[in-house]
Design a protein around this ligand. Sequence first.
Ligand code: CA
Length: 573
Amino acid sequence: MRIAKSAVAATLGVGVLLAVPAPLSARQSPAVNPSASADEWRAHGRDATEQRYSPLDRITRLNVGRLGVAWSWEIPRRGARLESTPLVADGVMYATGPMSTVFALDARTGEELWFWDPGIPDEEQGGPSVCCGDVNRGLAMHGDRVFAGLLDGRLVALNRHSGRVEWSVQTTPAGRDYSITGAPRVLGDRVVIGNAGAEYGVRGYVTAYDGDDGEQLWRTYTVPGNPADGFESEAMRAAAETWTGEWWKVGGGGTVWDAMAYDAELDLLYIGTGNGSPWSRDHRSPGGGDNLYLSSIVALDGRTGEYRWHYQTTPGDDWDYTATQPLMLLDLEIAGRERRVIVQAPKNGFFYVIDRVTGEFLSGQAFADEVTWATHIAETGRPVEAPGARYGRTGGAWLSPGPTGAHNWPPMAWNPGTGLVYLPAKNNNFYYEMTEGLDYVPGQWNTGTVFGSAGGERPERPEVAGSPTMLVAWDPAESREVWRFPTRCDNGGALSTGGGLVFWGTGDRLVAFDAWTGDELWSADVGRGTASPVTYAVDGVQYVTVLAGRAVTGERPDADVPTVWTFALDVGA
Ligand code: CA
């Protein structure tokens, strides 16, 4: 269906819907925010487990065909693309738009309550350098505040009732190479934020601040600095033994630009770390080595930020294979034993299940059709690299996946009834070729690799198996695919509901699938560049919201308008 852009405030069947109370999830993890009601969406991944499962079940497989537009609201700022997950609390929706804008809307009507533009200039006007667009993935919330990480490296606390800035801290050094696109997370009254910039050449870290006043509580680096300056911790000293040469000159990389999850009972914060700066290990660490803690899931003490354990998905990363892809905490029965696990499908194409208490590797299975850099993950948890994957030694190689990854930023969702993770995945390849030398230039990409035809003659691009993009329903306990929905567009995040539905932005449509079978049950054309949908209820009415509409700046009159779309049963067209 093509939907009208005007808000439709139709009468809703409130009386009937109120008769069905929302059941609580049968599987309430200890990490769930206890104050969050089933009707709300108070954290980036709905709760600290990042499962993106809402128990709301008023919209079902039987009635989802009756969804229509309850309201829509055009975001009054253009930019690159929408990747934001809205938060909903106390009948109000909070979200981020292009160029780190933040806004609040009435969750029932879409009426604007406030809109805040931090006024960050474009890159051409001296604004921050960003590898992949002026995007923002969302907010964190605690008490009367929402927290946003801004493109220019600030972390701000806004009063969520007025939109007034209550405090603001610069979390990155001066200069243009760091940026922030990810959502902050809250651990009790602490706010944690990472950063981005590993293509330019930076050193990754996460920082925790006091949510009340922005006072810095701790900062933990993900890769070692120059040993001559001394190490911040024993973990950095140990990591330095896995590096060679003068890696610190280009920063090393390992930025935490997106994924975090938190287990409140263990007080463990899990972070996903990014690729190396530069990409090519032969430039970065010419004597080899695993280069800890690049491309890793790292568990930190929530109170102190101290290192607890790590699992490295791609030792000695050579390929921009970040492990910053969304993390999720699950309690699974695996081989007859209850396990508290953390799961991730990083760029490198393997779906990992790790014991989240100890960091023990449990399984790693390819979820993409095209994974050619490694043949499999050994029982030790270490990938078995394919011959020729280290392109610095062969002169160049076509490999899958490429730097865009077999999975990128779009969040996965979980359904405790089906036992499936719904994973937005991709198939792609890339020609990796190392530059002869590396002249580090601040403010520019410093990947140490040759892009495009600059490298001269190259072997013909091999066909890529499988569809370019797809939604994969994955059984993490059995490490196998159960169903898939193939697509061609770049896609967004997934949402899973107690009504047995999975909502997913395919790139230009918001689609509702049967969570068990993958059958498409409903869709709406919302414009290109779908972000991550959420669901919530106000006054007994269940809504589904997604931000969509590629927000192109400049001469594109036909470009979609960035819009917040909200759907409900029996309204609109
Ligand atoms: Ca990267």
